[in-house]
Design a binder for this molecule. Structure first.
Ligand SMILES: [Zn+2]
Length: 433
């Protein structure tokens, strides 16, 4: 089902006309109200009046996470606080948190885009949504919540944690759609199994997973274990929260970006040059309808590419490929670029290892070493040591062959890797650079 058929199927020309008008008005507003933007535009020798086409957007400077930190907490807000009705903040796991705000109209826009997303992921008014994204400063929980209510579906605001209770609720309340991070979903499946509950006996039809990069193989693992169709959702608090882009369950092949609200670009992360459709680089977003926290050419650090071809679902909005990693998560091991998601893909090609893994990077005698810790199933772990060593060697060879990097693989006992209640910690980098 397409929630907003008029806007989600707009022909390209009409869509671009709307984008230009909204972009120009956003630029004028931020120039007048946010000192940061006025200063950076002036330094680049550009004013909003210079932007006469969508291509002119490339004249505007980028905004980075550091810029948001420098203006902590409210320096990037474009409206007075009495117009702000909601404040969220990023987790701050990699530094000072960034703070974002919403007007009443922003919450309305976000709710609509999340309603569109849930519908694209298979939800209808008749569905019951089990929402295991965390409620709080993180945008995941409340984003899904407001979208579900806008759509008219029933929402169970279960949030993250209390995993055993979640399984009981799944059995008793009969939810048909699961929303969670992919890593927490696998944890839920594990706990369910321990409790003697088979996910396939529950009522779930669809799952909408995101907030961390996950691979195509992980999707297949989740679909097989849960007996559902799984789609990928994308968003980040700096741009809005979840619902910036969503995969349609019909194609499950790339995420439609809601282009009537956001303008995406792909740039070369090193030179900053804009790249054409189809090329892989860093995703950059400009919001064109937000009031409290407009964001101009924000460098997401997420690595992907854009696909403009028409989609079988009927939506006309461009699709971004599943995020393959973050440019700041990218590990450089002895000169080779490695993303955790690439390691994940290699591991999941083998059916005797569990989907829980962690990368540990060390520097020994000025040489980088990569250790991949990966869990094996119960039955395998009780096998003889020789068999385990064979598997370790096999995985190590696979990683060398596919990614061109030497890694030591260490199999660990079931549950040997700590479970996250939200986003998984995939990399431990012990190097002091
Ligand atoms: Zn589609």
């Amino acid at each position: 089902m397409i929630y907003n058929i008029d806007f989600e199927t707009l022909p390209r020309e009409a869509l671009e006309a709307i984008q230009l008008k909204r972009l120009q008005s956003t630029l004028e507003r931020v120039y007048a109200t946010v000192p940061f933007y006025q200063e950076t535009f002036k330094a680049a020798g550009v004013t909003p009046a210079d932007i006469k086409s969508l291509d002119d957007l490339a004249k505007i400077p980028f905004t980075t996470k550091q810029d948001l930190r420098d203006n902590y907490p409210y320096g990037m807000f474009a409206v007075p606080m009495d117009n702000v009705v909601r404040i969220h903040a990023s987790s701050g796991t990699t530094g000072q948190p960034t703070v974002v705000g919403y007007t009443k109209r922003d919450i309305g826009t976000w709710s609509e885009l999340m309603a569109r997303s849930l519908a694209a992921g298979g939800a209808t008014r008749g569905d019951i949504i089990h929402n295991a994204y965390g409620y709080g400063l993180f945008t995941g929980g409340l984003g899904v919540h407001y979208g579900a209510e806008r759509l008219g579906a029933s929402i169970i605001p279960v949030s993250g944690g209390n995993t055993k209770r979640q399984i009981v609720i799944m059995k008793d309340f009969g939810p048909t759609i699961l929303t969670a991070t992919p890593s927490y979903t696998l944890h839920l499946a594990e706990v369910a199994k321990e409790m003697g509950v088979d996910f396939k006996d529950l009522n779930f039809k669809f799952g909408i997973f995101g907030a961390e990069p996950w691979s195509e193989d992980m999707r297949q693992e989740i679909e097989r274990t849960l007996g559902i169709d799984a789609v990928d959702i994308y968003g980040l608090s700096e741009v809005m929260g979840p619902g910036v882009a969503i995969e349609c369950h019909e194609a499950k092949n790339g995420l439609h970006i809601f282009e009537d609200h956001f303008i995406p670009e792909i740039i070369d992360p090193v030179t900053g040059e804009t790249l054409p459709y189809g090329e892989t680089g860093e995703l950059v977003f400009t919001s064109i309808t937000k009031e409290a926290f407009p964001i101009i050419r924000y460098r997401t650090r997420d690595i992907t590419s854009l696909e403009p071809a028409p989609c079988i679902c009927g939506r006309s909005h461009v699709r971004m490929k599943r995020v393959s990693g973050r440019s700041d998560d990218m590990l450089i091991i002895r000169g080779v670029n490695v993303f955790p998601s690439q390691i994940e893909s290699v591991l999941m090609k083998r059916d005797n290892v569990a989907p829980h893994y962690q990368l540990v990077v060390d520097r020994v005698d000025n040489l980088d070493t990569l250790t991949v810790k990966v869990e094996v199933g119960e039955s395998l772990f009780s096998d003889e040591v020789k068999r385990l060593q064979e598997i370790e060697k096999g995985l190590s060879n696979d990683i060398k062959e596919y990614l061109g990097v030497s890694a030591k693989v260490k199999l660990v006992e079931p549950k040997g890797i700590e479970r996250s209640q939200g986003k998984a910690v995939r990399v431990i980098d012990n190097r002091k650079v």
